[in-house]
Structures are given as C-alpha cells and as structure tokens.
Ligand binder design. Structure first.
Ligand SMILES: O=C(O)C1=C[C@@H](OP(=O)(O)O)[C@@H](O)[C@H](O)C1
Ligand SMILES: C=C(OP(=O)(O)O)C(=O)O
Length: 406
C-alpha cells in the first residue's frame, strides 16, 4: 500500500484512544501463560502482540514471529524452560539478521539446550525445552535489554528463581525497570541493584487484572504533529503520569520543541506553545528511549531545528538500520544528516522538496515518524501498512485529525 499524505488545516482538538503498550502487553502475555490467574486489560492490538498470543497458544513445533523482536527474545527464554517440548522459532528475513547469541549463551549457562538452524548467533533457532539446573547467569547488557527482560520473565517459574548479573553499560534501562514493575504488580518479588537482578521463585500468584497503559511510543507521532502545527491540540488516552514506559520522557523532551502536556484523569492533552528550545542545537541522549529517536529527528527537521542525538547504538539492529534509513529519507527531502554508529546530527535545514516518496524499510516507525511532515508538504509513504507492527489504527487516527490519507 502506497499512501499520499497531505493536510489542509490546523489540528483541531480531537480525542484519540491509543492501543495498549506492546511492550507491557508482550510481557504480560508471557506471565499469563506461566500464571493463568492473571487477566490483562487494554491489551495491544499490534501485530507483535497478536503474534505473541498466537505463538503462546500454538502446539506446532515451528513458530514464526515475523518482525516481532520482543516475541522472538521472550519466547526463546519461555520455550527453553518448557521441559519436554521442542520448538523451532523463526521470523522474517530481517529477524534472521537480528542477533540473539547473548540470550542463547545466557540460557545455555543455565543448562538450556538451544541450537542454530542456519547462521550461528541468529534465528531461526531450535529449542529443546529443559528444567535448567542453574540459577545464576551473567550476560552483556549493552546490546539489547530484551535479552535481560526475557530472562526476568521466566525467572520466577524456576525452582530457585534467578540471579542475573549485567555486564558492561546497561542499555534501554527503563525497559528492564518496566519488567520488574510488572513482575511486582502480579505478585512476583524481585530487585535490580548495582547491575544485579534477583527474582524470587513463586508457583501460584493471586488472581489479578493488570491494566496496560496506552503506548507512549505511539503517542510520539502526535507530539510531532502538534509541534509541527501552528496551533494544534490533541487529547490521547489512556495514560498515567507515573508510567512504566521510558518513552513517557516525551512530555519533557517536547516541551523543548513547543508542546505542553497536561495530565487529567487518564488522558493527556498535547498543546502547541510558542516557545522553542533556545539553544542552537537540541542535544539528547536517547539510550533510555531508542524508539522515539526517529520521531524526534523528523520533528526537528520539520521545525528547521538542528539536533544531535546520541545513545543510538541499538538503532542499527532494529527493524532496519534506522540511522542509515533516517539519513537517506531526510536527505531526500532536502535535509543534511551525518551519522556514526551511535549518533545522528541534523543541521538546521529547510524542508524543501515536496511530493517525495518516503521508503519505510519494513519499519513501522519510519512510516509513522515521517507522516507528521504532511503538515508542511505533501508526501508519499511507501508500504504504509507496516504501521500494523505496533499501531494498526495509525492512518485512521490521522484521518480523524483531518489528514488527507489517499
Ligand atoms: O523490551 C521491550 O519491550 C523493548 C525494548 C527496546 O529494545 P532494546 O532493549 O533492544 O533497545 C525497544 O527498542 C523495543 O521496541 C521494545
Ligand atoms: C524495536 C522495536 O521493536 P522490536 O525490537 O520488539 O521488534 C520497535 O517497536 O521500535
């Protein structure tokens, strides 16, 4: 599907209900499979959560999780401790390029049996479920926090729980804290101090309904829309001020880009204010919130504001090499970008080229991050249905804000 996007007027106040966080949902789906007493409310309707549910319900040996990184990593740990069951976990072409060795090695240390079907270090993998005999493990923490969350999610089901030692600089820390908070919410005890995580064992938890907060990464596109509008306001549900999601830092970051956030009951209202960060260049370390890097880079570009984004070392191994993809697409529109392995620098440039086709590289966030630019120029989005990975209703929600989506 190739879309043409344009917008004729400003954003009128509109109420949107954003789907549940896919990160919270996919953690809770694993926990619910281990502890059926758990109920989940405001579950994500993303492809990644649908695939996770289907995988957990499947009795097949071969399970294909397509593009879903959390599903790939969390299910590797889940099936590794399903004694007596053999599973082959595979995914899309890109998933077969996303590394998994650190997690496989950690599970092997515990006594699990996992082998590579094609290329060493990458999916597909064959998992022969075991009752692992060890309860201590250490792993590198600088590549993906998903490996650590995967171990934490199965830890309480092991007879002695788990002690996880994190080596090196820990990346995407809020996602580890999110896992710990959700474990606690369902009645599992754990701690994370001085790079050591302890999770206690528990056989049964008390019945409990956990309400998933709406997805903050998805909210980022509306922050960008409001920032790029002349006088827009958008209200989004269901959010809370004390979020488990690191991307809730959007409210602080976008204050510097001219968007004010107010929390009322369980909704946030984003309002355009006319005060932009006064520094020549917006500098941000995004190692705690990698998923909003694309949104912020594109907002800055649309505003003609220079930015220097660091802490982006994980972007190269996500749905695509996001640094490379951002550079190519922003430059098509007339911007100037330089990248390293972990940073992106955008010069203060003017959006000059209209009717450009944005390529999305099988990456939902490429499509959604560039869409707000339609407030400034009309553009085309290639392969626009990629958004369903995290936010299937995205284009319908843009129509509610008077975007022309053709
Ligand atoms: O645990 C999670 O739910 C996630 C962790 C992050 O990945 P990394 O830890 O690999 O950066 C993030 O980018 C991803 O979208 C979701
Ligand atoms: C990186 C992402 O997802 P995952 O790693 O779970 O595929 C994302 O949603 O931006």
């Amino acid at each position: 599907m190739n879309l043409k996007l344009s917008h004729i007027s400003n954003i009128k106040n509109n109420n949107l209900q954003i789907t549940g966080s896919k990160s919270e949902t996919n953690r809770l789906l694993i926990l619910q499979s281990l502890y059926p007493e758990i109920e989940i409310d405001n579950i994500s309707n993303s492809d990644d959560s649908r695939l996770m549910r289907a995988a957990l319900a499947s009795n097949e040996e071969l399970i294909d999780i397509h593009h879903a990184g959390t599903a790939m990593r969390f299910l590797t740990a889940y099936f590794a401790v399903k004694n007596g069951r053999t599973t082959v976990l595979t995914g899309s072409k890109r998933m077969q390029e996303r590394p998994i060795k650190i997690l496989v090695d950690a599970l092997t240390q515990l006594g699990c049996d996992i082998s590579y079907v094609k290329n060493e270090g990458y999916p597909p993998i064959k998992i022969v479920g075991k009752n692992p005999e060890n309860h201590k493990v250490s792993l590198a923490a600088n590549v993906s926090s998903q490996y650590i969350s995967a171990l934490m999610l199965i830890a309480s089901s092991l007879p002695n729980g788990l002690e996880i030692t994190l080596e090196g600089k820990v990346t995407s820390v809020p996602y580890i804290n999110m896992t710990l908070s959700l474990l606690k919410d369902v009645g599992i005890n754990g701690s994370f101090e001085n790079n050591i995580i302890h999770i206690e064992p528990i056989k049964i938890v008390s019945p409990k309904t956990v309400v998933v907060e709406s997805d903050w990464s998805s909210a980022s596109y509306f922050y960008s829309i409001v920032a790029l509008s002349d006088f827009g306001t958008v209200t989004l549900g269901s959010y809370k001020q004390d979020s488990y999601q690191g991307d809730a830092s959007l409210s602080k970051i976008y204050k510097r880009l001219g968007v004010e956030t107010t929390f009322k009951e369980n909704r946030i209202t984003l309002k355009k204010i006319n005060s932009l960060d006064s520094s020549d260049i917006l500098e941000l370390d995004l190692s705690n919130s990698p998923d909003i890097a694309q949104t912020i880079a594109v907002t800055c570009f649309g505003l003609g504001k220079a930015c220097y984004l660091t802490g982006l070392h994980t972007l190269k191994i996500k749905e695509t090499d996001r640094l490379e993809a951002l550079k190519i697409e922003i430059e098509k529109l007339g911007g100037e970008v330089s990248i390293t392995d972990d940073s992106l620098k955008l010069s203060a440039s003017t959006l000059i080229n209209s009717d450009i086709t944005i390529d999305t590289y099988h990456d939902h966030r490429m499509a959604m991050a560039f869409a707000p630019l339609a407030l400034r120029v009309s553009l085309f989005i290639n392969d626009a249905d990629v958004v369903s990975k995290s936010y299937p209703d995205f284009w319908d929600d843009l129509k509610k804000l008077d975007f022309k989506v053709l």
